[in-house]
Design a protein around this ligand. Sequence first.
Ligand code: CS2
Length: 499
Amino acid sequence: MNNSIKLNQKNLVEIAHKIPCPTYDRSKLKTGIVHVGIGGFHRAHEAFYTDRLLEDGSITDWGICGIALLEFDTKIYNSLKEQDGLYTLIIKELDGSHTKRVIGSIVEYLYAPENPTTVIEKMASSEVKIITLTITEGGYNYSEATQSFDFTNPNIQYDLKHPEAPKTIFGYLTQAFKLRKERGLEGCTLQSCDNIQGNGHMAKRMLLSYVQKAEPELVSWIETHVAFPNSMVDRITPATSAADIENLKASSGIDDAWPVVCEPFKQWVIEDDFTAGRPAWETVGAQFVEDVVPYEKMKLSLLNAGHTVLGIIGALMGYDTIDESVHNPQISAFLKNYMDIEVTPTLGALEGVDLDGYKKSLLERFGNINIKDQIDRICSESSAKFPIFVLPTVNTNLEKKGSIAFASLVIAAWAMYSIGKDENGKALNIKDAMKSILNEKGLAASTGDPKAFLEIETVFGKLKDSPTFVAAFTKAYKNIAEKGIATCVVEQNNKALNN
Ligand code: CS2
C-alpha cells in the first residue's frame, strides 16, 4: 500500500483514526525507568503494561528510556528513533483476529556504543528510579562450570580497563552507581526481566562480583542503596516477520519499521521490593508477591523448557514453527509426559496455582496457529537456556532418584542438532554464542563417543560425572542415531504408558 502513513509523533492524530493510540501527553512524561534491551519482549511486556498505566491515569513519572546496549541493536535503535519511540503492538488472538495499538511509553532511546557517557548519566539521573533489564539468559555472564561470574569474557576484561566507555551492562551499572554515590543521590531498583531462576538474585550476585573487582569501595553502597526484586515475566513474543510489517500496512495503512507481535496471554509476578518507588503496575494486571521464586521455577521449567523440548525435537524432525511441533500428537504427548513425570514432582508447593490448568493452558498457547513462533528463535542460544530451563530438573531428579529419561532424550537430540543438520539432511540455522564448541562436541559425539557432548562444562557443569545421567544420555543418543527421533519419542511415550 503506497499511501500508508509513517508511524511517528507528528502523524499520531491521523493514525488514531485507524487504530488506538496513546491519548496521554507523551511530552509531559518524566523518565522514571531506564530499560536495557528494547527488543520485542520488552515492548510486548513491560512497555505494554506501562503504556496501559499511562493511558489509565494521571501518572507522569514513569516514561521509559530504552537503551540499545549492543551494536547488534543498531537496527531497532534506528527504527525507534525515526518513530519517536512509537511502535505498534499486534496481539494475535486465538480466533485469528489482530488487536492493534500504538504504544507510547518509550519516550527516550539511547544508543550506548556511540554515547556511553550519555547512557551512564541517564542511569545516574535522579529522575530515574528503576533500571529494568532484558539482556537475555546469557547476558548475566554466569559460568555453570565455575558457578560464578565469568571474568574470562573479553568484554568484561575490556570494561575493567575502560570504565568510562564500557561495553557490558556490568560496566555501565558500575559507573552509574558510582556517580549516584559521588553525587549523594538516592539509590534505585535494578529489576531483571529475564528468564532466570531468581533473576534479581542473579543480577545482584553477578553485579557485585564485577564491582568487587572494578570498584570494591562501591560494594557496600550498592548493598544498601539498590534493590533487586525477583520477577517472573511471561508473554510469547515471536520475532517480527516481513509479512507482519506488510500486513500492518495493508490492513491499517500504517508504515511501522518494527512492530511487535505477541500472544494475548501475559503475566508479570514481581517481588514488592523497590528502593525509590514504582509504578502501580498491579492496577493493570501485574501481581506483587512476597516470594516469586516458586512461580519462576514453574514457568521456567514448564513453559520455557516446554519450548525447548518442542523446539529441539521439532527442529530435528524438520518443523519450522512451535505450533507445527506441538500439533504432532506424539510430540505433544511427550511434552505432557515430561511435564507430569519429570517436572511436576520437582516443583514445591504453589499456593493458589492450578498446576494442571497451567500445564493444559501451555499446550493451548504453544498450539496457537496464529502465532507461528519460530523454532529458530526458540533454539537460539540453547547453550544459555538448557542450564536454566532443563538441567535444574535433571539435577533434582538425579538427587531424588526421579525419572530423567525424557530430559535425556531432549539433551541427546540437542547433541544431534548441534551437528547442524536435521534428520532430512537440511541445514539448521543455529544461532548460539557457543555455536563452534557445540558443533565440535556434537561432531565428536557422533563418532562413537556420545558423552563427548557433555564435556562442555560451562553448560553441563558436573553432569558428566553422574554415571546415571551419562548412561541415560548415551542410551538416548544411540537410540536416536539408530532409529531416528520420531521413533524414540513414540517409544518413550509407550514406556511411560506401561509404567
Ligand atoms: C522462549 C521464551 O526464548 C525462549 O526459549 O521460551 O522467549 C518465551 O517465549 C518467553 O519466556 C515467554 O514468556
